[in-house]
Design a protein around this ligand. Sequence first.
Ligand code: NDP
Ligand code: OXD
Length: 308
Amino acid sequence: MTLLYKADPERGKQWAQLFAHKAPEIPFRLWPDTGDPAAVRFLAAWQPPEDPARTLPNLEVIFSVGAGIDQFDLSGVPEHVAVVRMIEPGIVEGMVEYVTQSVLTIHRDLFDYGLQQQQRVWRALPVRPAASRRVGVLGLGMLGSAVLERLRLFGFACAGWSRSPRTLPGVECYAGAEALDAFLARTDILICLLPLTEATRGLLDASLFAKLPQGASFINVGRGPQLDQQALLDALDRAHLRNAILDVADPEPLPPEHPFWTHPRVRLTPHIASATRPETAVDVVLENIRRHRDGLPMLGLIDRTRGY
Ligand code: NDP
Ligand code: OXD
């Protein structure tokens, strides 16, 4: 009943220590040291090995070490292998911090003050009350709903958009393609927290940006391929959009000549908005291994037909 870890090796060492301490009965292996491949029942990975059915013939569960699973090529993963994404409090906390600071950076005009500073300009800009700033989150899942719960406390006018109807306290909820335009029309700061699927690839394009109010800002913490990067540059250069904060890009890293690196209205971070914390993630994986053994539904089991 071996668990094989195949992701960042430094974090892998932390996982190994935690497994040795919390579940010494489960043999733990760090890729590429698989031991007997036939003994591997559980794989914790950012990307599974090529042809997992052949490489790990008795695999039962793949645990993503991230909240997303779009980086997996599931075509080579047999149907009977369960795929589980990471649902753990560390990822949520990191994302809430990142998005909150990004929204406040935009709300309190720190882009503009940064530009003023470069020109040695000491000038106060009018402060807008949070209640008049309309924040909108694409995706009302584990992360989108946690982000909105926090932003609401600052008094922002909060809304969110999801595939199926949701109800969140103090949040105007929109659902489905037919509600997207109305959601965009009322959004001053748009945050993407959607999973990457065939339906969301390229969703953030010129026509979507055109439906946002003049002067809106954009934060992408979902996935790079959801964004048409040229459409964003055009919208910024026409001043239809005011600022963008991007934690994800396509490709990652962006090539050195990419205009995002130097654009005065773009702030880039290298896909660090939030990350799984080994201390809390291992507990969730162990709980899921117990559930799997007991025939109970695992937390974060993904629906392959939906793609997330
Ligand atoms: P969830 O699966 O919990 O939530 C996804 C949400 O998106 C749901 O509300 C879902 O709708 C909605 N959604 C999915 N497809 C569509 C669609 N076609 N139209 C409208 N709404 C849609 O995901 P999480 O909140 O846990 O994570 C979201 C994403 O955040 C991850 O997939 C990953 O890409 C990204 N991420 C980025 C990180 C970073 O560091 N930048 C870190 C962690 C995650 P419904 O409620 O109806 O199912
Ligand atoms: C994730 C990520 O999906 O880090 O967890 O992007």
